[in-house]
Each structure stands twice: as structure tokens, then as C-alpha cells.
Design a protein. Structure first.
Length: 486
């Protein structure tokens, strides 16, 4: 048995998990959890990356205590697209800008005037999202901070740099910047040149499993760990790690879709090659890179962010009770488009959902339970649409949907997704990103096999729950038609 620390950073919290891996065993335990609280300053919305780094150090200290002072490796994953800029001395020039900041409003149209949207998709395969790194860099083009920058590090790479003193750009996360060609798995030099983006800002690309340095002496001293402790590159985009931990069994002939649920829902397929058609672009599917040369062909959906924001507005009521009350609300009474960018910004979420229902001529939810049911029905409907369209666009039929991540604990959402898709849903593991992180480290150090063997190990060792679809999907088709008719 060896011990691996998975630093797993989400949009609302971070945690350091300890994975214990043996020839036929896999255990995961939480060592430390800490909040991730963005801060609004006069310039806009920023990540408190120094607070996150302090949480990582505290987590490594706790992980060491959990493992007798010794870790066999550390891996880091986080959300995508955001980054820190360093000066010539390697010092951080400012807190990274939050992807929900408004600085990229209207930037896409300026980009498309130089590189038309269809050309951009054909070159990078990335769906349009206003916060993609490409748009962030164009928005920052005339800023003093970017003018001073000598290096750009995506968030997991920035934390790895502070831990090791070594710099790199992990590929799965780089593929979310809209500056990677998913066919060559290298930078899209033509797109960058046409938009005046200096790719020399990025350090060399790394791939999952590559070494990323060892913990610096001062880090060992602060965490109490016994060195040397290597840092291993994992799928540092948390969705790449989560997809690596989908407990599918393709050796049995299972053809699967996945939904990585949390603040976002990422719904799609694992493919061998990107889908770069105009129809795919029009449907707003993305081609991000995954483990072992795979492509994560998926659509971004707002996810449980909608419910999280409502719960915050309501003063943090008991979530279990809220979900029980929502289960008693009539199904599909009202639905909203869970992919609508109108729900991207924080604040006033219950009112914004009510406004969307009113504008579409549907009943307006009047209680927290009714709003919660509207959200969960809307998410299941968005899952249905994404899974169906992905199969059609990629010519890749599926037999089962795997739901991984925090949303796999939400029984009502899982049941509704099975009903909406008309397919069985297998829910779990909830800690998919951390498990994928751990398994890539274990594989790099000789304790796990290929991707299929990793998934078999997950299926044997992790608690999973299966939901069969109930009834036909006519009501879901009618609900989708109501949204489409808007």
C-alpha cells in the first residue's frame, strides 16, 4: 500500500484527500477541507489564491499526519481556465481573475472579428464560453499586469510551482484555454498569432503521469513531511480527473455517457478523436483533452450552482429537508434552460429563475421547494438533451449514464436524470476527481494498470447505486418543446 495526496480544488471549497492504493485495493479519506471564497475588489472578482495555498499546506500537513509523515506523491487538480501571471522574478503579479468576473463581456465579438467563430472552433474544438482563457487574455491585452508578465500559470500549475519551484502547463487543463489544437495535442499557433497572444508566456506542456518536481525543503519543513516527496502531474482539470474515475466497464461491451456533477454539470462522451463539425459548434459541444489521448466531448451546464446560489439567498436551510419537499412538488411544472449564460453571475438566483419562468409563460415557483424542483427538473432535462445530442453528433450510441461527483449523492437528481434520458444511471463515486487524481499518481508509480484496469478497480471498491428509468420520456420531450418554443 502506498499513500498519495490529492489536492482537489473546487469553485467553493478545496480539500486534500489521501488515497491508499494497493494491488487490488483503493481507499480514500479526507485529510483537510477548507473554503474557497472569492473576493470582490474595486477591479472586479478575484480568487484568494494565497488563502488556497495556505489551505493546501495545511492539507499536506494533515495528510502527512494521516500517513505517518510520509507521502509517496502529491497531485493537484482544480477548475479550469483561470491563471496567475508572474513577473521576471517569478513573483505573482496579482490574484487570479475569477471566471465569473465581467471583464470578458463583449470580448467574443472582438475575437470573432479577427478569427470567425467557425474557424476558431475548427482549430480548437472548444465550445463558446465567455470566460475561456483566450477571451480573458484578449480582455487583458492592454493591462499593465499583462505587459509586465513573463509567465502564465494555470491555477494547478501555479500551486505546483510554489510547492516545487518548477513550472509546466498540464495538457488537459491547457485544452480549456481555447489555445490547443485537439488533433495535434499542441498549441494552436495560428490562432494565437492572429489574436496577438504570446504563447511564450506558457511553460512547456506536461501530460498526466509526468513528473512535476519534488517538494521544496521549506515546504517539507512547513508540512512536517519526510522528503523526498515527488509531485506528479495528473489530469489537472478536475473534470479530466473525474472522467478518469468513471467506473465504466467497456470490456463487457458497456457503452457509456458521463455527467460530472457539482457546481457545473459536464455531460458527454469519452472519444478517441474530436468532433469538429459545424453542427457540433452550433450545438455548443466542447472537445477537451483527457487521459491517454482521449477527448472529453461534452457540454457545460450550469449544474448545482443554481441550487447553491438559491440556498445561499434563502439563508442556508436544511438541504435534506428541502429536497424531500421538492420531491412532493409536481414534476415538470416549470423548467428553465440550465445552459443559459443568464445564470452565470452570482446573486438573486431565485428571482432570476422566477423571471425566466414568467417570461416563458410558465407557472412561477413561489416557494423554495418549488424553485428547487424547477432546478432539478431543468438539470435533468439539460442532461437528457446533452446526452442525446452527443450521441447523435459523435455517432456514438450509449447504454448507460454514469453520474460522478457531488451530485451523485442527490437521489432525486439521479432518478430524474434516468427518467429524462430513458437510460439507466449509475451514481458514484462522489469523490471522482480526487480518485482520478490518486489513480493517475499510482499508475505513474507502478501501482495501477491501464485506464480500463483503473476503472475495474473503481467498480470493485467504490459504492455505486443504479437507477432504472421509469415510464416513457413523453413528458420530458414536451418540457423540452416548451423551452425550444421560446
Amino acid at each position: 500500500m502506498k499513500s498519495y495526496a490529492a489536492v482537489d480544488l473546487g469553485a467553493s471549497s478545496g480539500r486534500v484527500m489521501v488515497g491508499r492504493v494497493g494491488p487490488d485495493s483503493l481507499e480514500l479519506a479526507e485529510a483537510h477541507r477548507f473554503p474557497n471564497r472569492p473576493v470582490r475588489v474595486p477591479e472586479g472578482l478575484r480568487w484568494d489564491v494565497l488563502g488556497l495555498y495556505a489551505g493546501v499546506l495545511d492539507g499536506l500537513r494533515a495528510a502527512g499526519a494521516h500517513s505517518g509523515g510520509r507521502l509517496d506523491s502529491v497531485g493537484i487538480d482544480s477548475w479550469a481556465v483561470d491563471h496567475g501571471l508572474l513577473d521576471a522574478d517569478g513573483a505573482l503579479l496579482g490574484n487570479p481573475v475569477h471566471y465569473r468576473d465581467t471583464r470578458t463581456e463583449g470580448v467574443a465579438e472582438k475575437v470573432w472579428a479577427t478569427v470567425p467563430a467557425a474557424e476558431l472552433y475548427a482549430a480548437t474544438g472548444l465550445q463558446y464560453a465567455p470566460f475561456n482563457t483566450l477571451y480573458q487574455l484578449v480582455a487583458a491585452g492592454s493591462s499593465a499586469q499583462l505587459a509586465q508578465a513573463e509567465r502564465l500559470l494555470l491555477v494547478p500549475d501555479l500551486l505546483a510551482y510554489w510547492l516545487t519551484g518548477e513550472q509546466g502547463t498540464e495538457l488537459t487543463n491547457a485544452s480549456t484555454t481555447q489555445l490547443i489544437d485537439p488533433r495535434t495535442r499542441d498549441w494552436s499557433y495560428d490562432v494565437a498569432a492572429r489574436l496577438g497572444i504570446d504563447l511564450e508566456l506558457f511553460p512547456p506542456l506536461r501530460r498526466p503521469g509526468d513528473p512535476a518536481g519534488v517538494l521544496l525543503p521549506r515546504v517539507l519543513e512547513e508540512t512536517g513531511l519526510t522528503g523526498p516527496v515527488p509531485v506528479t502531474t495528473v489530469g489537472s482539470h478536475d473534470t479530466a480527473s473525474a472522467v478518469a474515475a468513471v467506473p465504466a466497464t467497456p470490456a463487457t461491451g458497456e457503452r457509456f455517457a458521463y455527467i460530472c456533477t457539482g457546481t457545473w454539470s459536464l455531460a458527454g462522451l469519452e472519444l478517441d478523436a474530436p468532433v469538429l463539425t459545424e453542427a457540433s459548434r452550433a450545438a455548443n459541444f466542447t472537445n477537451e483533452l483527457g487521459l491517454d489521448g482521449t477527448v472529453r466531448y461534452l457540454r457545460n451546464i450550469m449544474g448545482l450552482w443554481l441550487l447553491q446560489e438559491c440556498v445561499r439567498e434563502w439563508g442556508d436551510p436544511d438541504l435534506g429537508e428541502l429536497l424531500r419537499e421538492a420531491e412532493g412538488v409536481p414534476a415538470l411544472r416549470c423548467v428553465v434552460d440550465a445552459g443559459d449564460a443568464a445564470f452565470l453571475a452570482p446573486g438573486r438566483m431565485p428571482e432570476r429563475i422566477a423571471e425566466a419562468c414568467r417570461e416563458s409563460g410558465q407557472p412561477v415557483p413561489g416557494t423554495p421547494a418549488e424553485t428547487t424542483r424547477c432546478i432539478l427538473d431543468s438539470l435533468a432535462l439539460a442532461h437528457r438533451r446533452a446526452v442525446a445530442e452527443a450521441q447523435e453528433l459523435a455517432d456514438h450510441p450509449v447504454d448507460v449514464v454514469h453520474i460522478v461527483g457531488g451530485g451523485s449523492h442527490n437521489e432525486l437528481l439521479c432518478r430524474l436524470t434516468a427518467d429524462a434520458c430513458g437510460l439507466p444511471v449509475v451514481a458514484g463515486p462522489a469523490e471522482a476527481a480526487a480518485l482520478g487524481n490518486v489513480l493517475v499518481q499510482a499508475r505513474a508509480h507502478g501501482l495501477a494498470g491501464d485506464r480500463a484496469e483503473m476503472r475495474r478497480l473503481l467498480a470493485r471498491t467504490q459504492p455505486l447505486r443504479r437507477y432504472e428509468p421509469r415510464g416513457d420520456t413523453a413528458a420530458w420531450r414536451a418540457a423540452q418543446a416548451r423551452l425550444t418554443a421560446r
